[in-house]
Design a protein around this ligand. Structure first.
Ligand code: TRP
Ligand code: SF4
Length: 330
């Protein structure tokens, strides 16, 4: 595994929530000790849905970078960069778009799904259809062996592999590597209201929330819908809050709650207070580090600037190699 290269990106469409952390970031952090890792802010991709107000993308890019570093991504160990600082991504995207059949993109399941999910923005642009082509450029410029992503990104990775095969076949050289998806196991953590945790549903707990906000959110959480009164017994297996105990409380506490919920020995209010205490305890170091990072925006910008310089060298070399293989350039 040594010497293998990992690459992944996130769209800066908002600060990160626990779903993003457990769905991807946690995995990214675990990989940084064993692989050469490149992680980037996909700000051009964010333009597909935030084209109405791109200034938001600038703001969120910093927030996401602060979430990354405070959660444990270490700029000394991995290269953290910003997509739009590396024009080679755009150039390769253009080149690839000449060899990608449009039907490959039209049958991409996430194309339709996102259009259905995000109702308040018109997502019928050329750029949105080409989203997986840009994503392919992102990955192959770094000759990444593996791409750690959530399961929702699997179809994109499949398209990337097809594009790589098509390019290498057309030009008779193995310039690009077929990237493998490294899918993270996601614990079942829903949002406050029991639906999937998502910024668009306004039901998320953010890494940037403070102690008060987290306490308030936990108190507002949906629990077992059958448990209407304090004296009704509950069922942790259907409760929306219990999975959080599975992550943040120790085994003994989990057992006690499971038992006492079923006999109504404990109320949901008590149960929430225990969770809030345990969660805050564990989130505290990240919270404190995040405050420090946000207070020094210059240092954060420098980290991304440095990372982008390093990444650009790799991207430039690969693009040159690709254009040579095409005999488009000598
Ligand atoms: N599409 C990814 C997401 O929404 C973000 C992304 C852009 C990405 N380019 C990438 C992920 C390249 C992995 C590799 O989560
Ligand atoms: Fe859920 Fe806890 Fe209430 Fe049981 S006591 S229903 S586990 S919140």
């Amino acid at each position: 595994m040594a010497g293998k290269r990992i690459l992944s990106g996130m769209q800066p469409t908002g600060p990160l929530h626990l779903g993003n952390y457990f769905g991807a970031l946690k995995n990214w952090i675990a990989l940084q000790d064993d692989y050469e890792c490149f992680y980037f802010i996909a700000d051009w991709h964010a333009l597909t849905s935030l084209y109405n107000d791109p200034s938001l993308i600038r703001k969120y890019s910093r927030e996401v970078a602060a979430d990354w570093i405070s959660s444990g991504l270490d700029p000394e160990k991995c290269t953290l960069f910003v997509q739009s600082k590396i024009p080679e991504h755009a150039e390769l995207y253009l080149i690839l778009s000449m060899i990608v059949p449009v039907p490959w993109l039209e049958r991409n399941p996430t194309y339709k799904e996102k259009q259905d999910e995000i109702k308040n923005v018109e997502l019928s642009s050329h750029g949105f259809l080409g989203y997986p082509v840009l994503q392919t450029a992102d990955v192959v410029l770094y000759k990444a062996d593996a791409v750690p992503v959530g399961i929702d990104q699997a179809p994109h990775l499949e398209i990337s592999r097809e594009i790589v095969r098509r390019f290498n076949n057309l030009y008779g050289k193995e310039v690009f590597i077929e990237p493998e998806a490294k899918i993270s196991e996601i614990p079942k953590l829903n949002g406050l209201d029991g639906r999937k945790m998502s910024k668009s549903y306004d039901n998320a707990i953010y890494l940037s929330d403070d102690e008060n906000q987290i306490g308030k959110k936990i108190r507002s959480m949906f629990t077992d819908p059958q448990r209407k009164r304090r004296e009704d017994p509950g069922d942790p297996d259907v409760c929306n809050l219990y999975p959080f105990h599975k992550i943040y409380s120790n085994g003994e506490t989990q057992k006690e709650i499971d038992r006492d919920c079923r006999t109504a020995a404990i109320g949901c209010g008590d149960c929430k207070a225990i969770l809030a205490k345990n969660m805050l305890e564990q989130m505290k170091p990240t919270m404190e580090k995040r405050r420090e990072i946000i207070a020094k925006p210059k240092e954060l910008d420098e980290i991304l600037e440095e990372g982008s310089k390093k990444a650009r060298l790799v991207a430039k070399a690969t693009l040159r190699e690709a254009k040579k293989a095409m005999r488009f350039q000598k």
